[in-house]
Design a protein around this ligand. Structure first.
Ligand SMILES: *Cc1c(COP(=O)(O)O)cnc(C)c1O
Length: 239
């Protein structure tokens, strides 16, 4: 078998490099690196790349598009017991059913209607669907996510839904060039999580940090970083 290489390195080597980045940032923050889960974002990449990452020890994978994710889950059915599939993209109400049936996590809850549908459509006899509420911490009009001021009300409503288990918060901060600038929105999300916890919600997940701002996210308390490019290479979008 020919191993795919990205800039001359295999997916396994890229994974190793990302683990080292996490370890270094965790050390700088006096945190235990084991408290940061690596979510490999495989959107636009073929099932063969997911399999290569799985063979290198990676277990959690994130997808952004419903059709593509479902197709990949089916193609990798033999690994289903070992993989945790995370839906991290925008979710429309007419697509919630397959997501409720096929995924283990959804990070992109930004309105109650979607959460209610996922809860109702989660198959009986399966574990509750793990969810995070996506928060717009950068205030950009173009980015999805609930406004910080509305996060608490949504969180309490979602936490009450029987088919879901609210785990925490997720954000996609606006890109910034310096570490200090990157840390600001990540700190905002962490503070919001702490507020919700102080308010009685049992939350353990801060889903933040991508290839370009992983270090800032880990320094500010990320428990799950979502990394695509640094593992699988640059994406080419086809529509
Ligand atoms: C694509 C994507 C990522 C990964 O981004 P990279 O910059 O490639 O690491 C993480 N989170 C979400 C929600 C994404 O859409």
């Amino acid at each position: 078998m020919v191993l795919k290489t990205v800039l001359g390195m295999s997916i396994a080597q890229h994974l190793e490099e990302v683990h080292q980045r996490i370890a270094k940032a965790a050390q700088d923050a006096s945190r235990d690196a084991a408290c940061v889960t690596l979510l490999a974002v495989s959107k636009t990449f073929p099932a063969a790349d997911v399999r290569a990452a799985f063979d290198a020890g990676q277990r959690a994978f994130g997808e952004n598009y419903v059709q593509e994710g479902i197709a990949k889950i089916a193609e990798l059915a033999d690994l289903r017991g070992g993989i945790e599939w995370h839906y991290i993209g925008p979710l429309q109400s007419n697509k919630t059913k397959v997501v409720a049936e096929q995924f283990d996590w959804v990070h992109s809850i930004d309105r109650l209607k979607i959460a209610e549908r996922l809860s109702a459509q989660r198959p009986a006899g399966t574990r509750a669907l793990n969810v995070c509420i996506q928060v717009n911490v950068s205030g950009e009009a173009s980015k999805s996510g609930v406004e910080p001021a509305e996060a608490a009300a949504l969180a309490h409503a979602v936490a009450a839904l029987p088919g879901l288990r609210l785990r925490g918060l997720m954000a996609i901060p606006e890109p910034a060039d310096t570490l200090d600038a990157q840390r600001v929105p990540h700190a905002r999300l962490r503070d919001l999580l702490n507020t919700l916890r102080a308010d009685g919600l049992d939350l353990d997940t801060l889903s933040m940090g991508m290839s370009a701002d992983l270090e800032a996210a880990v320094l500010e308390g990320a428990t799950m970083v979502r990394i695509g490019t640094a593992i699988f290479g640059a994406r080419t979008y086809t529509t």
